[in-house]
Design a protein. Sequence first.
Length: 94
Amino acid sequence: MDVILKVSGGAKPKAPITIFADNLGSIALAKSPVFDSRTTHISIQQYFIQEKVEKSEVQCEYLPTTDMLANLLIKVLLHKKVERFQRDMPIYEA
């Protein structure tokens, strides 16, 4: 959140920031932190997200892996999928 405040000149976002994830388990853990023997090795990042979700600064939503726009930049994709992601990606010419 500090980075967002610096980039935006100190203005807080009006709505929660949405984080899209393809892991339902991590989304459930962020929304409802349950600690048991299977969650003993949760990273500091997860605690950070839990705190931000509790404060309504961040919301986590499911997005299937096949619909992740980031895949255009990090994976080898078929030409049709590349064209679809290019259409969906909000890039504007100056």
